[in-house]
Design a protein. Structure first.
Length: 189
């Protein structure tokens, strides 16, 4: 097994050059790229055989990064994040400074602040958010461990992070949509 700093360096090189990585998150294994790179985002849609109208989420590692993507964040968002015991994805309105093909048709974007050390350090190095979508072909089940990821996905990425291959994840994140008019809607609990 490789060490975290080596893996961050290798993944950073790939992502910096517009590549796509397969990596462990604080929930399931994810396929990701630089969230500001339209062409890299297109590669993920093609690999997943997913319609571009179905949005993907973006991982961030700090409040500061959240404010580079959203000018306005409802106060309730911070309360939800503070009180959540499990990883929580928030869908927020009016994103900016990310690839246009990540933004939903309703001008929203799903985001999650991660604590997982690999993701956190990679974004610290990138100084940008990281796309995250489950490591499966669209419509297929989400793999709970590295062993369940299809060979098609593994061969389709530019780099596979060599950490936590034995980790098993029981469930993806909770998803809550928060609109600027204070409407709260639970999408997945």
């Amino acid at each position: 097994m490789s060490d975290i700093n080596t893996e961050v360096h290798k993944a950073f090189e790939v992502v910096q050059n517009g590549g796509v990585i397969l990596y462990p998150t604080d929930t399931v294994w994810g396929i990701g790229c630089d969230a500001t790179n339209v062409e890299a985002v297109k590669k993920i849609y093609a690999l997943k055989q997913r319609e571009e109208s179905k949005s993907m989420i973006v991982l961030m590692n700090s409040e500061k990064m959240m404010y580079t993507v959203f000018k306005e964040i409802p106060e309730v968002a911070w309360q939800i994040l503070d009180l959540s015991e499990n990883p929580t994805t928030l869908i927020l309105d009016n994103p900016r400074n990310v690839a246009a093909n990540l933004i939903g048709t309703d001008n929203s974007l799903g985001v999650r602040i991660v604590k997982e050390p690999f993701c956190f350090k990679l974004m610290e190095r990138m100084k940008r958010p990281l796309v995250s979508t489950s490591a499966n072909i669209s419509g297929m089940f989400s793999p709970k461990s590295f062993k369940e990821i299809s060979p098609e996905i593994i061969k389709g990425v530019d780099y596979v992070v060599n950490l936590h291959h034995e980790k098993i994840c029981e469930k993806p994140s909770t998803i809550i949509k928060l609109s600027l008019d204070s409407e709260v809607k639970i999408i997945r609990s």
